[in-house]
Design a protein around this ligand. Structure first.
Ligand SMILES: [Mg+2]
Length: 242
């Protein structure tokens, strides 16, 4: 990956960008159901009910209560299970395109950062489970519960520009047009949406030409490499849309 002229910095969202958030959800359901100590067949019914609710965009914990309510107990039973879901150490992995691009960026010495919304412990567990400490320095990870600035607040993006300098070519790769691209668009970054393959947790209403719109839509993170070509960086926003 050779970059001439402009020095880029590539910043990533976490959930449904570097890995499928559905995998975290299913891992959390397994942890919650596991805590109920159910007979195996009932545990399977309970897990399937939660997964079906996720796919139907319903509430998985309501589905769990409907499936095995008597085993959960009073209302704080659900609260306890939600706590287990949020704090469990997830069984998730980096997909190959994520691992590959992060390795290439690291090998090329290209600056990276992570901007993600969520609870500190939940996001820290995901970062550890995915092994992202190899690719992002501690000072380049911005988690909204820690910063107090969830997207679309520009604070974390501004801090990254202070970290790496204002004259870089900044790229933000995310998935959610509702909040991911507004602040980096305002700051003059190139914004890149990874297209939903069909299993994203949040819907992806992609429209052209709004302040929420990404500059580019890619089908795979492996395409980030082509965004770092000098000719692309010079022509960005002039000719590339979707
Ligand atoms: Mg996301």
């Amino acid at each position: 990956m050779s970059v001439v002229g402009v020095t880029p910095a590539v910043v990533f969202d976490l959930d449904d960008t570097l890995y499928p958030e559905r995998d975290f959800a299913l891992s959390g359901y397994r942890a919650a159901v596991g805590a109920l100590d159910l007979p195996p067949e009932l545990a399977s019914v309970a897990f399937d009910a939660m997964a079906a609710a996720l796919d139907a965009r319903g509430n998985p914990f309501d589905a769990l209560a409907a499936a095995v309510g008597a085993r959960i107990g009073a209302r704080d039973g659900i609260r306890r299970l939600v706590g287990i879901y949020r704090t469990h150490f997830p069984d998730i992995r980096l997909p190959w395109p994520s691992l590959d691009i992060l390795r290439r960026l690291r090998a090329s010495g290209i600056a990276t950062a992570l901007v993600t919304d969520g609870r500190s412990l939940t996001q820290r567990n995901k970062i550890a489970a995915l092994g992202l400490g190899r690719f992002f320095s501690p000072g380049s990870i911005f988690i909204s519960e820690e910063t107090g600035h969830p997207k679309p607040d520009p604070d974390s993006f501004r801090r990254i520009m202070e970290l790496y300098g204002r004259h870089r070519h900044y790229i933000y790769v995310g998935d959610n047009p509702v909040k991911d691209f507004i602040a980096p668009n305002t700051l003059g970054w190139t914004t890149v949406a990874l297209r939903d393959s069909g299993s994203n947790i949040h819907r992806q209403p992609l429209v052209y030409g709004s302040p929420c719109s990404p500059d580019v839509v890619i089908e795979s993170l492996s395409q980030v490499r082509s965004l770092l070509r000098p000719d692309f960086m010079e022509k960005r926003k002039l000719s590339v849309g979707f």
